[in-house]
Design a protein around this ligand. Structure first.
Ligand SMILES: NC(=O)c1ccc[n+]([C@@H]2O[C@H](COP(=O)([O-])OP(=O)(O)OC[C@H]3O[C@@H](n4cnc5c(N)ncnc54)[C@H](O)[C@@H]3O)[C@@H](O)[C@H]2O)c1
Length: 258
């Protein structure tokens, strides 16, 4: 019960990494508000938490819309009375180098991944400030620290999330608002599965093997592997994790085996 009675908000909690974080936080005693545009999957995740004896609510909102992000934070406060932990996890991707990436894809990725993190934090920080306590965990990516081909917009957005995390840590640590980032490598989620289906439909098994080979342990990372990192950062045990960039990537950014 490492999050006993903590009021948590998880954006993008209806799928993949956010779903695993929601389930683990609830199992550890947290009350979780799932903020997502996908109401059907959001319901599924919330119902699973309740069936397991946990506490969760769904807030259907687009985090990149100012009015909706404001409402999401207000509804979370109405549901649980406070916001102790905000996990800015919702994100989208686009494929292509700068020449191939269409301006509308660039804008879509930056809008959700950067503006969404800014807006949710913009509305949550005053609540945390008033409480005199809060933790914000931003989902960046290893792509913020190593170049990967054909992900120009996505890389730029996750670099921005990492820089914003450090700026927020500088601004808010003295208010007892702790801000940190997680930098996952490739995690097998609907996000990645969809990408592989679109680009490697003829050889899914081969594409998955390639993914495994990139990891030093030759295994596929699961959403739960990232959820445990989020659990650590959300818990009081992480009180010195200020502006931390926690890399969980199977060693991809740390070492190269030739
Ligand atoms: N899967 C990976 O390999 C990987 C690696 C590094 C970082 N990440 C990051 O982790 C996060 C979660 O990724 P995932 O793989 O679990 O993705 P996913 O697609 O499985 O889940 C993302 C969720 O975010 C929601 N969402 C999207 N736009 C939204 C918006 N505007 N408002 C509210 N909700 C919105 C979606 O509906 C979905 O439920 C993302 O920020 C992603 O960039 C993923």
């Amino acid at each position: 019960m490492r999050l006993k009675d903590k009021a948590c908000v998880v954006t993008g909690g209806a799928s993949g990494i956010g779903e695993a974080i929601t389930a683990l936080f609830a199992k550890e005693g947290g009350k979780v508000a799932v903020v997502d545009v996908d109401a059907a999957n959001g319901e599924r995740v919330v119902n699973a938490v309740k069936a397991a004896g946990g506490e969760a609510v769904l807030i259907r909102a687009d985090i990149a819309e100012e009015a909706e992000a404001r409402r999401a934070v207000e509804e979370a406060v109405r549901a649980f009375g406070r916001v102790d932990v905000l996990v800015n996890n919702a994100g989208v991707s686009a494929v292509g180098d700068v020449a191939a990436c269409a301006p509308e894809d660039w804008d879509r990725v930056m809008r959700v991944n950067v503006r969404g993190v800014y807006l949710m934090s913009h509305f949550a920080v005053p609540v945390m400030r008033q409480q005199g306590f809060g933790t914000i965990i931003n989902m960046s990516s290893t792509i913020a620290v190593i170049g990967l081909q054909a992900r120009a917009a996505y890389a730029a957005s996750k670099g921005a999330v990492l820089a914003l995390t450090r700026a927020m840590a500088a601004d808010h640590s003295h208010e007892n608002i702790r801000v940190a980032a997680i930098l996952p490598g490739t995690v097998y989620t609907p996000f990645v599965e969809g990408y592989l289906k679109r680009h490697y439909a003829e050889d899914m098994a081969g594409a998955i093997e390639n993914l495994k080979r990139r990891q030093l342990n030759h295994e596929l990372m699961t959403p739960e592997d990232v959820a445990y990192a989020a659990l650590y950062l959300a818990s009081d045990e992480a009180r010195f994790a200020l502006g931390t960039a926690l890399v969980i990537d199977g060693g991809v950014s740390a070492a190269k085996v030739f």
